[in-house]
Design a protein. Structure first.
Length: 257
Protein backbone atom coordinates (compact mmCIF):
# COMPACT_ATOMS: atom_id res chain seq x y z
CA UNK A 1 0.00 0.00 0.00
CA UNK A 2 1.51 3.37 -1.01
CA UNK A 3 2.14 5.95 1.73
CA UNK A 4 -0.34 8.80 2.14
CA UNK A 5 1.46 12.02 3.13
CA UNK A 6 -0.42 14.94 4.63
CA UNK A 7 0.28 18.45 5.93
CA UNK A 8 -0.60 19.88 9.36
CA UNK A 9 -0.68 23.57 10.31
CA UNK A 10 -1.52 24.53 13.88
CA UNK A 11 -2.95 27.06 14.48
CA UNK A 12 -4.05 28.04 10.99
CA UNK A 13 -6.66 30.79 10.96
CA UNK A 14 -4.81 34.13 11.06
CA UNK A 15 -1.76 35.96 9.78
CA UNK A 16 1.23 33.85 8.79
CA UNK A 17 -0.46 30.58 9.74
CA UNK A 18 -3.44 31.37 7.49
CA UNK A 19 -1.07 32.25 4.64
CA UNK A 20 0.86 29.00 5.16
CA UNK A 21 -2.36 26.99 5.00
CA UNK A 22 -3.50 28.68 1.83
CA UNK A 23 -0.09 28.36 0.18
CA UNK A 24 0.21 24.65 0.98
CA UNK A 25 -3.27 24.04 -0.41
CA UNK A 26 -2.32 25.87 -3.59
CA UNK A 27 1.24 24.53 -4.03
CA UNK A 28 0.74 20.85 -3.12
CA UNK A 29 -1.78 18.10 -3.76
CA UNK A 30 -1.65 16.67 -0.25
CA UNK A 31 -4.51 16.70 2.26
CA UNK A 32 -4.16 19.66 4.61
CA UNK A 33 -5.26 19.49 8.25
CA UNK A 34 -5.55 22.86 9.96
CA UNK A 35 -6.43 23.72 13.55
CA UNK A 36 -8.48 26.61 14.88
CA UNK A 37 -10.15 27.71 18.10
CA UNK A 38 -13.20 29.45 16.61
CA UNK A 39 -16.79 28.50 17.31
CA UNK A 40 -17.55 28.96 13.62
CA UNK A 41 -15.78 26.25 11.62
CA UNK A 42 -17.60 27.24 8.42
CA UNK A 43 -16.33 30.83 8.67
CA UNK A 44 -12.74 29.63 9.15
CA UNK A 45 -13.01 27.25 6.20
CA UNK A 46 -14.42 30.04 4.02
CA UNK A 47 -11.55 32.32 5.04
CA UNK A 48 -8.93 29.70 4.19
CA UNK A 49 -10.48 28.68 0.87
CA UNK A 50 -11.43 32.17 -0.33
CA UNK A 51 -10.54 32.59 -4.03
CA UNK A 52 -8.46 29.39 -4.09
CA UNK A 53 -8.92 27.07 -7.06
CA UNK A 54 -8.48 23.84 -5.07
CA UNK A 55 -10.62 20.88 -4.09
CA UNK A 56 -12.19 21.96 -0.77
CA UNK A 57 -12.26 18.32 0.34
CA UNK A 58 -8.49 18.50 0.76
CA UNK A 59 -8.95 20.82 3.76
CA UNK A 60 -10.01 19.42 7.12
CA UNK A 61 -10.34 21.57 10.23
CA UNK A 62 -9.59 20.43 13.76
CA UNK A 63 -10.66 22.39 16.84
CA UNK A 64 -7.68 22.96 19.14
CA UNK A 65 -6.98 25.29 22.05
CA UNK A 66 -3.24 25.85 22.56
CA UNK A 67 -3.66 26.45 26.30
CA UNK A 68 -5.51 23.16 26.92
CA UNK A 69 -3.83 19.76 26.87
CA UNK A 70 -7.18 17.91 26.72
CA UNK A 71 -8.04 19.95 23.63
CA UNK A 72 -4.68 19.18 22.00
CA UNK A 73 -5.06 15.49 22.82
CA UNK A 74 -8.61 15.38 21.47
CA UNK A 75 -7.54 17.05 18.21
CA UNK A 76 -4.77 14.48 17.75
CA UNK A 77 -7.21 11.63 18.38
CA UNK A 78 -9.65 13.09 15.87
CA UNK A 79 -6.89 13.35 13.29
CA UNK A 80 -5.94 9.74 13.90
CA UNK A 81 -9.53 8.65 13.25
CA UNK A 82 -9.72 10.68 10.03
CA UNK A 83 -6.52 9.51 8.38
CA UNK A 84 -6.39 6.88 5.68
CA UNK A 85 -4.25 3.76 6.22
CA UNK A 86 -0.50 4.27 5.86
CA UNK A 87 -0.75 8.02 6.34
CA UNK A 88 2.14 10.05 7.70
CA UNK A 89 2.91 13.70 8.35
CA UNK A 90 4.94 15.03 5.45
CA UNK A 91 5.22 18.57 6.84
CA UNK A 92 3.97 20.12 10.06
CA UNK A 93 4.09 23.84 10.82
CA UNK A 94 3.63 24.79 14.49
CA UNK A 95 3.03 28.49 14.47
CA UNK A 96 1.65 29.48 17.89
CA UNK A 97 3.16 32.66 19.27
CA UNK A 98 2.36 35.75 21.31
CA UNK A 99 4.36 38.92 21.97
CA UNK A 100 4.41 41.22 24.98
CA UNK A 101 7.21 43.75 24.27
CA UNK A 102 8.58 44.66 27.69
CA UNK A 103 11.22 47.36 27.41
CA UNK A 104 12.46 47.21 31.01
CA UNK A 105 12.07 44.99 34.09
CA UNK A 106 9.33 47.20 35.52
CA UNK A 107 7.14 46.25 32.54
CA UNK A 108 7.17 42.56 33.48
CA UNK A 109 3.78 41.13 34.46
CA UNK A 110 3.30 37.61 35.83
CA UNK A 111 0.15 36.92 33.81
CA UNK A 112 1.73 38.07 30.55
CA UNK A 113 4.95 36.14 31.26
CA UNK A 114 2.91 33.02 31.97
CA UNK A 115 0.88 33.41 28.80
CA UNK A 116 4.03 33.99 26.76
CA UNK A 117 5.57 30.73 27.91
CA UNK A 118 2.25 28.88 27.66
CA UNK A 119 1.79 29.77 23.98
CA UNK A 120 5.40 30.14 22.83
CA UNK A 121 6.84 27.04 24.53
CA UNK A 122 4.46 24.81 26.48
CA UNK A 123 1.91 24.45 23.69
CA UNK A 124 4.72 23.44 21.33
CA UNK A 125 5.88 20.78 23.80
CA UNK A 126 2.35 19.41 24.11
CA UNK A 127 1.92 19.36 20.34
CA UNK A 128 5.07 17.23 20.17
CA UNK A 129 3.65 14.94 22.84
CA UNK A 130 0.35 14.32 21.06
CA UNK A 131 1.06 14.80 17.33
CA UNK A 132 4.56 13.37 16.82
CA UNK A 133 3.03 9.88 16.49
CA UNK A 134 2.07 10.86 12.94
CA UNK A 135 5.68 11.23 11.79
CA UNK A 136 7.15 8.40 9.69
CA UNK A 137 9.04 5.81 11.69
CA UNK A 138 12.14 3.82 10.78
CA UNK A 139 9.82 1.00 9.70
CA UNK A 140 8.15 3.03 6.97
CA UNK A 141 9.32 2.47 3.39
CA UNK A 142 12.31 4.67 2.59
CA UNK A 143 11.24 8.21 1.82
CA UNK A 144 13.01 10.28 -0.80
CA UNK A 145 13.21 13.21 1.62
CA UNK A 146 12.68 13.37 5.38
CA UNK A 147 9.42 14.57 6.86
CA UNK A 148 9.71 18.08 8.33
CA UNK A 149 8.48 19.10 11.80
CA UNK A 150 8.73 22.89 11.85
CA UNK A 151 8.39 25.32 14.76
CA UNK A 152 7.99 28.99 13.88
CA UNK A 153 10.39 30.79 16.19
CA UNK A 154 12.18 34.16 15.92
CA UNK A 155 15.63 35.64 15.46
CA UNK A 156 15.27 37.38 18.82
CA UNK A 157 15.39 33.94 20.45
CA UNK A 158 19.08 33.78 19.57
CA UNK A 159 21.18 34.51 22.65
CA UNK A 160 24.35 35.29 20.71
CA UNK A 161 22.45 37.66 18.39
CA UNK A 162 20.93 39.66 21.26
CA UNK A 163 22.55 43.08 21.10
CA UNK A 164 19.58 45.29 22.02
CA UNK A 165 17.88 43.70 25.03
CA UNK A 166 14.20 44.20 25.86
CA UNK A 167 11.27 41.93 25.04
CA UNK A 168 12.13 39.80 28.07
CA UNK A 169 9.35 37.23 27.93
CA UNK A 170 9.34 36.94 24.13
CA UNK A 171 13.11 36.58 23.79
CA UNK A 172 13.40 34.07 26.62
CA UNK A 173 10.40 31.99 25.50
CA UNK A 174 11.69 31.85 21.92
CA UNK A 175 15.14 30.86 23.20
CA UNK A 176 13.42 28.06 25.11
CA UNK A 177 11.55 27.04 21.96
CA UNK A 178 14.87 26.83 20.11
CA UNK A 179 16.04 24.38 22.78
CA UNK A 180 12.86 22.37 22.20
CA UNK A 181 13.71 22.19 18.49
CA UNK A 182 17.17 20.78 19.21
CA UNK A 183 15.99 18.36 21.88
CA UNK A 184 13.11 16.94 19.83
CA UNK A 185 15.35 16.52 16.80
CA UNK A 186 17.77 14.49 18.91
CA UNK A 187 14.81 12.31 19.95
CA UNK A 188 13.92 11.74 16.29
CA UNK A 189 17.51 10.75 15.56
CA UNK A 190 17.58 8.33 18.47
CA UNK A 191 14.35 6.72 17.23
CA UNK A 192 15.70 6.61 13.65
CA UNK A 193 12.58 8.38 12.45
CA UNK A 194 12.61 9.50 8.82
CA UNK A 195 11.95 13.04 10.00
CA UNK A 196 13.79 16.14 11.12
CA UNK A 197 12.81 18.98 13.45
CA UNK A 198 13.83 22.56 12.69
CA UNK A 199 12.93 26.09 13.66
CA UNK A 200 12.24 28.87 11.17
CA UNK A 201 12.30 32.65 11.42
CA UNK A 202 9.93 34.33 8.94
CA UNK A 203 11.26 37.87 9.25
CA UNK A 204 8.87 40.60 10.34
CA UNK A 205 5.49 39.65 8.92
CA UNK A 206 2.70 42.20 8.54
CA UNK A 207 0.36 40.66 11.11
CA UNK A 208 -1.34 41.84 14.29
CA UNK A 209 1.53 40.41 16.36
CA UNK A 210 4.12 42.72 14.79
CA UNK A 211 1.98 45.70 13.79
CA UNK A 212 3.70 48.16 16.10
CA UNK A 213 7.15 47.36 14.66
CA UNK A 214 6.71 47.50 10.89
CA UNK A 215 8.39 50.90 10.63
CA UNK A 216 11.45 49.79 12.62
CA UNK A 217 11.94 46.59 10.60
CA UNK A 218 14.40 46.65 7.74
CA UNK A 219 12.69 46.59 4.35
CA UNK A 220 14.46 43.38 3.38
CA UNK A 221 12.91 41.58 6.37
CA UNK A 222 9.36 43.01 6.25
CA UNK A 223 6.95 40.74 4.39
CA UNK A 224 3.33 40.33 3.59
CA UNK A 225 2.06 37.04 5.08
CA UNK A 226 1.71 35.47 1.62
CA UNK A 227 5.34 36.24 0.73
CA UNK A 228 6.62 35.02 4.09
CA UNK A 229 4.67 31.77 3.76
CA UNK A 230 6.10 31.03 0.33
CA UNK A 231 9.65 31.77 1.46
CA UNK A 232 9.34 29.53 4.54
CA UNK A 233 7.84 26.61 2.62
CA UNK A 234 10.61 26.84 0.02
CA UNK A 235 13.31 26.88 2.72
CA UNK A 236 11.76 23.93 4.54
CA UNK A 237 11.29 21.92 1.35
CA UNK A 238 14.98 22.27 0.58
CA UNK A 239 16.33 21.19 3.98
CA UNK A 240 18.41 18.00 4.08
CA UNK A 241 19.05 15.57 6.92
CA UNK A 242 22.35 17.26 7.78
CA UNK A 243 20.52 20.57 8.35
CA UNK A 244 18.34 19.16 11.11
CA UNK A 245 17.99 20.45 14.65
CA UNK A 246 18.80 24.06 13.74
CA UNK A 247 17.00 27.35 13.17
CA UNK A 248 16.81 28.79 9.64
CA UNK A 249 15.63 32.17 8.47
CA UNK A 250 13.41 33.06 5.52
CA UNK A 251 16.45 33.26 3.24
CA UNK A 252 17.75 29.81 4.18
CA UNK A 253 20.52 31.15 6.44
CA UNK A 254 21.24 29.50 9.78
CA UNK A 255 20.51 31.54 12.90
CA UNK A 256 23.02 30.98 15.72
CA UNK A 257 21.94 29.90 19.17
Amino acid sequence: MPPNPFVLITPASRGLSLALTRYLLRATTMPVYATHRSDSEDAIKDRILHALDVDPKRLTLLHLELNSEPSISAAADKLSNLLRPNSYMHTGFFTGGILYPEKQPSDLDILKITESFQINVISHLLLIKHFSRFLPTARKPDLATPAKWVHVTARVGSISDNARGGWYSYRSSKAALNQVVKTFDLQLQMNKSQAICVGVHPGTVKTDLSKGYWESATKRELFEPEDAAEKLVNVVDGLKMEQRGKVWDWAGKEIPW
